[in-house]
Design a protein around this ligand. Structure first.
Ligand SMILES: NC(=O)c1ccc[n+]([C@@H]2O[C@H](COP(=O)([O-])OP(=O)(O)OC[C@H]3O[C@@H](n4cnc5c(N)ncnc54)[C@H](OP(=O)(O)O)[C@@H]3O)[C@@H](O)[C@H]2O)c1
Length: 289
């Protein structure tokens, strides 16, 4: 465990206030999930890896998907126990030929899936005026954050129907707040799948499949490393985010979010104009103006 230095202590206290740890009884989680077949995308690093660790301890049958086959193999070796089963699939989810091969192999081996966790994601933070020659940024985020989960959901729905299953979407708190400059590619793609799932949810619920979204704040993973501004910002741990996803599997609630997201949404609604003007004024003072 990392020791708290005087400089990290205030940040830790703020994190405990902003992101209180969810309470989950390990025995209750195991009783709920043992023997269940759970597909997790983006399981090689960050939140997906932390979730795989937690689920493996519950005696689940895991289908782990990511590009890094070596990382998945190492995880499988490390987590293998007598009461769990782990199948790994080294797949680039932006390549539809690979996605089709993944789906064919899942369909051949499985009659049903209990939970599909759509977690794999790509983040880009880039000013619009640095993006004028970078249409591919928008294509890549949409391919991974929108088209891939839609393609997987459509194909997996028949398997989820046989088990009264659940789709768990790893979403972001920002999709519920006023839009932020520099985040057009990432936020638009995350909003797209969030909205898709919210539209699909009543139709799926009517057939016994639950849809849940975790609206996560900043989480300290590889994803936020390139953003200098986030280095010392308060963030949730990957393990805590994984615990929230487990809680969604336990409760099958439509969503979970930090306690401050509700008030934040109201503030975004009521003060959206003020926020835009403040952002504009700030940008005018910088090289982006
Ligand atoms: N970190 C945050 O602050 C934060 C906040 C809110 C929401 N989220 C969401 O949380 C989810 C997980 O993010 P994270 O923070 O855990 O990031 P991460 O540590 O970078 O992990 C991303 C995962 O996605 C996989 N992935 C990336 N591109 C892929 C592709 N083309 N095909 C298949 N798998 C791919 C990666 O594995 P490979 O590289 O091996 O393919 C990795 O396992 C994302 O959906 C993100 O939007 C993150």
């Amino acid at each position: 465990m990392r020791r708290m230095t005087p400089s990290t202590r205030p940040r830790r206290l703020i994190e405990q206030f902003l992101f209180p740890a969810p309470r989950i009884k390990a025995a209750e989680l195991k009783a709920c999930l043992q023997g269940k077949t759970i597909l997790v995308t983006g399981a090689s690093y960050g939140i997906g890896e932390a979730l795989a660790r937690r689920l493996a301890a519950c005696g689940t049958h895991l289908l782990l998907v990511a590009r890094s086959g070596d990382k998945l193999r190492a995880l499988k070796t490390e987590l293998a126990q007598t009461d769990n089963r782990i199948d790994i699939f080294a797949t680039d989810l932006t390549d539809m030929v690979q996605v089709d091969a993944l789906l064919n192999s899942i369909r051949r081996q499985h009659q049903g899936i209990d939970v599909f966790v759509s977690n794999a994601g790509k983040s880009i933070r880039r000013p619009l005026f640095d993006s004028l020659q970078r249409f591919h940024d928008f294509e890549r985020t949409m391919q991974l954050n929108y088209y891939a989960p839609v393609r997987l959901s459509l194909a997996l729905i028949p398997l989820l129907l046989t088990r009264g299953g659940q789709i768990v979407n790893v979403s972001a708190a920002n999709v519920r707040l006023a839009p932020a400059p520099f985040w057009a590619a990432y936020q638009a793609s995350k909003c797209a799948f969030d909205q898709w799932l919210r539209c699909a949810a009543p139709e799926l619920a009517a057939r016994g499949v639950a849809c849940s979204s975790a609206y996560l704040p900043l989480v300290r993973t590889r994803m936020i490393e390139p953003t200098e501004a986030y280095r010392d910002a308060p963030a949730m741990s990957a393990e805590q985010a994984a615990a929230l996803l487990c809680k969604l599997m336990l409760t099958r609630k439509p969503g979970c979010s930090p306690w401050w997201l509700g008030p934040g949404q109201w503030a975004s609604l009521l003060m959206g104009g003020v926020w835009s003007r403040l952002a504009e004024r700030h940008l005018r003072r910088t090289r982006h103006g």
